[in-house]
Design a protein around this ligand. Structure first.
Ligand SMILES: NC(=O)c1ccc[n+]([C@@H]2O[C@H](COP(=O)([O-])OP(=O)(O)OC[C@H]3O[C@@H](n4cnc5c(N)ncnc54)[C@H](OP(=O)(O)O)[C@@H]3O)[C@@H](O)[C@H]2O)c1
Length: 258
């Protein structure tokens, strides 16, 4: 509710007209913790699958969701680190609501196996968070022969979502959260380019000599386009899709390149 005083402050009078300017209330800032944001939210009974929780933003997201009572399924390629994270979270709560799936996004077969295991458990799926990501990689191509940044950041997540779509529909209301980046703006692909040209840039040739940051920008644009299409097609089925930029230069391995 806007107070009378606030309202008045936002009315700009000019000689010819009175313009009501919008008021923006910033509820959270760069120093707000994830736990503060969800402090009044009870996630008991919600199953949330999240990729890439062994480091950075994914670690804190998984911890926060688990501490608020969600059943968190961490889909990671490093099981040792996943178990360490799970055990650390368990030191903060009595609830035992975390499961771990092995999934390497650079292998479509691994994604398929992880989904098979997930579905075999009979769990619902209320939220799918596509968080894992790489900026630069030691390997040029994925196991399936795609350029690695495209393969991990977009294609693996695309396939994961495709295989889980029916489960998300069954569990509606449900949501998909795609962690993209403001870097999607830096693809340099002209809006006027033909569809073929756009696709050729967004799906890089496995032998491309493009720099790592450009490949990252393309993959993050794929994330945004994917999210828009998903939302357009799936909201009628009770699935809402969100795509976000988590903030710039958050000190994780994406930024340090380690
Ligand atoms: N940090 C920023 O400033 C920033 C800004 C904009 C957007 N973002 C986005 O935020 C998301 C999280 O980034 P972050 O900064 O937290 O990155 P991070 O610290 O490097 O963590 C990335 C996570 O992705 C996982 N991952 C990488 N390759 C994988 C694969 N092949 N299969 C499965 N998991 C894999 C990593 O697992 P391993 O431990 O196995 O490597 C790790 O858990 C990314 O999508 C990134 O693009 C970050």
């Amino acid at each position: 509710m806007m107070s009378e005083e606030t309202k008045n402050e936002n009315v700009t009078s000019t000689a010819s007209s009175t313009v009501q300017e919008p008021t923006y209330h910033r509820k959270y800032g760069s120093r707000t913790s994830a736990l503060e944001v969800v402090k009044d939210v009870d996630l008991t009974g919600k199953t949330i699958l999240i990729t890439g929780t062994t480091a950075g933003i994914g670690t804190e997201t998984a911890r926060t969701l688990a501490l608020r009572g969600a059943h968190v399924v961490m889909a990671n390629r490093n099981i040792v680190l996943s178990e360490q994270l799970r055990d650390n979270i368990y030191k903060e709560t009595d609830k035992r609501t975390i499961d771990i799936l092995h999934m390497d996004l650079s292998s479509l077969q691994s994604v398929q196996a992880a989904v098979k295991e997930f579905l075999s458990k009979g769990w619902p799926l209320h939220v799918l968070i596509l968080n894992a990501g790489v900026l630069g990689s030691t390997t040029k191509n994925t196991i399936d022969g795609y350029e690695t940044t495209f393969g991990i950041n977009h294609l693996g997540h695309f396939y994961l979502t495709y295989l889980l779509l029916e489960k998300l529909r069954e569990s509606a209301p449900s949501r998909i959260v795609v962690v993209s980046s403001n870097s999607h703006n830096h693809s340099g692909i002209p809006l006027t380019a033909t569809t073929d040209t756009k696709l050729a840039r967004l799906i890089p040739d496995p032998n491309t000599r493009e720099i790592a940051y450009k490949l990252y920008a393309y993959s993050k644009l794929c994330n945004v386009l994917f999210a828009f299409k998903l939302h357009r097609e799936e909201h009628k089925n009770g699935i809402n899709t969100y795509v976000l930029h988590p903030g710039s230069m958050i000190a994780t391995s994406t930024v340090s390149g380690k």
